[in-house]
Design a binder for this molecule. Structure first.
Ligand SMILES: *[C@@H]1O[C@H](CO)[C@@H](O)[C@H](O)[C@H]1NC(C)=O
Ligand SMILES: *[C@@H]1O[C@H](CO)[C@@H](O)[C@H](O)[C@H]1NC(C)=O
Ligand SMILES: *[C@@H]1O[C@H](CO)[C@@H](O)[C@H](O)[C@H]1NC(C)=O
Ligand SMILES: *[C@@H]1O[C@H](CO)[C@@H](O)[C@H](O)[C@H]1NC(C)=O
Ligand SMILES: *[C@@H]1O[C@H](CO)[C@@H](O)[C@H](O)[C@H]1NC(C)=O
Length: 481
């Protein structure tokens, strides 16, 4: 380990001589699982994975589960990867032979994808039947991955589902969204099948699917579509004034009064879905192919700027015991650990992308957003007996919004996992851990404001020097050269 900031800056500077000019921080290997900087235990992670396996049963929950596994266990296959191999996966991609190796074969993901395709009735366009037009698309990327890891004419590993069947299921899902789902006049695809409704949740379900599929099939129409849908959703949902300016409303229903489903509140999980979904699109646009990095620079810059807007506005609002409110600007709403975890993940992903790609540097999160995110991470992962434990030894996250009734807190949550859990919240724990791990692996340093950490005794929060100062120093050196 490099011990001084000067050495680190010098090392970064020397690395630049040979690296692509857009990479400011050193790219490292993708490392799966828990790493030394983590505050989660193996036992908690096993608990989280077991709970997800048992409870993530609805389309979007399965999608959130598989994305969390991808990032945590198979980071080399995720678009956030430091290496662009994720976009050229094929039957000849090499994996380590043991499941404990550095780059294992994503067996649970492939078998979950095979099960989805096998369970889909012929003639059904959606990958999983749902009243939501968007949620089934949340599993789309994993069916694409499974198909592309499989030889032509062969079956997805361990299943009787052929590669061609998987591909035609993916194409059916794309057609369902593009040809059979209602839209607004300017083209925003509805979140619901029955009438046009725009939910912030959509941005995690559909644009990342289009972007991932576009990256793996070199289809720039799909990449552009991913961007356009995020742009349109923001245009409809963003609060332009008030205490939550820049944050997104949850549900807009253009037909207005005929439905009670509209939710103009700034739902925390919805904002985190939107931020995290746009980050997956940014990564797919610029971490896949050198040419796209140039062609899609302005789109990636917009998206990163929109994520920054959400991240900054979220952390700037009052929190309760270190956690975001379920409605971000409503201090009477309960503290929600699930959205807090995904917002921490989004803050670290944004920081990593903005330091990797010079075109995104103006969207780097502020030092204050980064330290607030780290404080939230410390709050969520504390095991101190003098503060509230938010992730139990068995991996149960609390307190959380009820995924089926978003304005309410989920009740009957039990530390041993025998009660209710929020499957999406459980997934966000792994997203958070993966994002922070990757940020650290890339050379970023984490630093909390101890005063913000619930249960902190006022010391031990400050951990390291701010990495942004270094990024700025390196950029300044570049300018001189
Ligand atoms: C993935 O499979 C599709 C469909 O066969 C193909 O068009 C595409 O080139 C494959 N992608 C990669 C990276 O091999
Ligand atoms: C869930 O657990 C079963 C039994 O251990 C395993 O076969 C399957 O691959 C797991 N699925 C996921 C998505 O983790
Ligand atoms: C890209 O994907 C869209 C949507 O599936 C499709 O209509 C189009 O033909 C594809 N373009 C290319 C060049 O494959
Ligand atoms: C929170 O923001 C929403 C959307 O802008 C607004 O309707 C609501 O009045 C705000 N709540 C408070 C307490 O300011
Ligand atoms: C405060 O926290 C630090 C670091 O975690 C610890 O070493 C110290 O013993 C704590 N002090 C008290 C009074 O709890």
């Amino acid at each position: 380990m490099l011990s001084s900031p000067v050495l680190l800056a010098v090392a970064l500077f020397c690395g630049l001589a040979t690296a692509s000019p857009t990479r400011l921080l050193a790219r490292r290997d993708d490392v799966p699982g828990l790493q030394s900087g983590s505050r989660l235990t193996e036992q908690q992670v096993e608990g989280v994975e077991g709970l997800l396996n048992r409870t993530a049963t609805r389309s979007w929950e399965i999608g959130a589960h598989l994305q969390a596994l991808l990032e945590f266990r198979y980071p080399a296959l995720a678009p956030f990867s430091f290496d662009d191999d994720w976009a050229s996966v094929s039957p000849s991609t090499s994996f380590s032979s043991s499941a404990d190796g550095d780059n294992p074969y994503p067996y649970e993901i492939v078998s979950a994808a095979a099960e989805i395709v096998a369970s889909k009735p012929d003639g059904q366009g959606q990958l999983i039947s749902d009243g939501s037009a968007a949620d089934p698309a949340a599993v789309g990327a994993f069916v694409v991955l499974a198909a592309n890891l499989t030889e032509e004419g062969a079956n997805l590993r361990g299943s009787s589902v052929g590669r061609e069947a998987a591909w035609s299921a993916v194409e059916g899902q794309v057609r369902e969204l593009l040809e059979r789902t209602p839209r607004t006049g300017d083209g925003a695809i509805s979140h619901r099948v029955s009438e046009v409704q725009l939910w912030s949740d959509f941005v995690y379900m559909v644009p990342p699917f289009f972007a991932y599929l576009g990256a793996l099939t070199a289809n720039t129409t799909l990449l552009q579509l991913a961007y356009d849908q995020a742009r349109l959703y923001r245009q409809y949902l963003r609060a332009d004034s008030g205490s939550g300016q820049g944050l997104w409303r949850h549900i807009y229903v253009p037909s207005g009064g005929t439905t009670d489903e509209a939710d103009p509140g700034l739902w925390a999980t919805g904002n985190a879905w939107a931020a995290a979904g746009m980050l997956r699109v940014v990564a797919s646009l610029i971490n896949a192919d050198e040419d796209w990095e140039d062609d899609f620079e302005s789109q990636a810059g917009d998206l990163a700027g929109w994520v920054r807007e959400i991240v900054e506005a979220s952390w700037a609002l009052p929190r309760r015991n270190g956690l975001l409110h379920n409605y971000l600007n409503e201090t009477s709403s309960f503290a929600d650990a699930a959205s807090t975890a995904l917002m921490v993940a989004s803050t670290y992903r944004l920081a990593a992308l903005a330091s990797e790609h010079s075109g995104l540097s103006s969207s780097a999160p502020s030092a204050s957003a980064l330290s607030t995110a780290e404080s939230a991470y410390l709050t969520l992962t504390t095991t101190s007996s003098s503060s509230t434990v938010h992730i139990s030894p068995a991996g149960v996250l609390s307190p959380v919004a009820n995924p089926m009734s978003y304005a309410d807190q989920l009740d009957n949550v039990r530390a041993d996992g025998s009660g209710s859990v929020s499957p999406e919240g459980q997934a966000f724990v792994l997203n958070m851990e993966s994002a922070r791990r990757d940020f650290i692996e890339e050379g970023g340093t984490v630093s909390a404001d101890a005063r913000e950490v619930e249960g902190s005794n006022g010391s031990g929060g400050k951990r390291a020097l701010g990495s942004l100062a270094l990024g700025v120093a390196v950029a300044a050196m570049l300018a001189v050269v």
